[in-house]
Ligand binder design. Sequence first.
Ligand SMILES: [Zn+2]
Length: 268
Amino acid sequence: MVITFDDGYADSLSAMRPLCERFDIPATVFVTAGYLDGQREFWWDDLEAQTLGRGVTAMRDLELEVNGERLMWPAGTSLRAIYDALHVRLRPSTAETRDQVLNDLAHWQGARRGVREDHRPLTESECHQLAASRRVDVQSHTVHHLWLAAHPAPVQAYELRESRRRLAEITGRPITALAYPYGFRDAVAPGTLALAREAGYSAACATVRGQVVRAADPLWLPRYVPGDVDGEGLLCRLNGFFDDFAAPHPPRGGAVRDTREVNAKELT
Ligand SMILES: [Zn+2]
C-alpha cells in the first residue's frame, strides 16, 4: 500500500511527518513547486477566503474580466454564486489569470491577499526538511497546479519539467514521480502522459479510484481518495476501500459511482 498527499500544505511537515515517523509509515507528498515562496495560498483557498471567508461582503458591485469574458455582479449578489462562477472559470485558467482575478477581488474588498497559517503551503525550507525525513518522500505536483488539458503541450511540458528541476534542487533528491493536478481523466490531455514520460517521470498518479494491477499504466496509477473528512469519516471511507479489495472483480482504474462527486468537492 502506498500513502500519498497532494499539494504540499505546511501541515505535511507539522502534522503528517511526525505521525509517519512515529508509526513507521512511508508516505509521499506531491508538492506544487510554484507555491513554496510563502507569499500566497493555493488559488482555490485564496478564492474561498476572498468570497466566502469571514468579513467578506458584497456591499459593492463587482466587475471582473476573466479570460476575455466580462463578468458583473451587482451589490447584494450571493457570495456563493460569485465563488461558484469564479471557481469554474479559474480552474482551467493560466496562473497569471488566477493571480489577476485574486488581486481584483482583494481590491474589491479593499483588503490584502493574506496567507492563513492553517491553509498555507510549505515554504522551500520546510519542503527541504520534509524530504529529509526517513519516512516521507517529496515528489512533483507540477509548478502551478494547472488543469493541464486546458493548456498547450509546451505549457504542460514546462509544468512537468520545471517542477522536477525545482524540487530536485530544493530537496537534493531525484524527482521521478508525479501526481497530476486534480487527477481526473479529463484534467489531462491525450498527450499528457507521453509528456510526463519525456519529462523524466517513471510513475504518475491520477485520482480515479482503483487498485494498481499488474497491467496498470505506470503513468496513470489509480488511487483511493478519502477527501477532507474527520477521523470517523476516514474510517468509514477506508472500510469502503477495503471492501473493493475483497470484491471478486475489483474496479480496474475506472471511476466508480460516487468517486467523482467526492473528488469534485474535495480536490477542488
Ligand atoms: Zn492538487
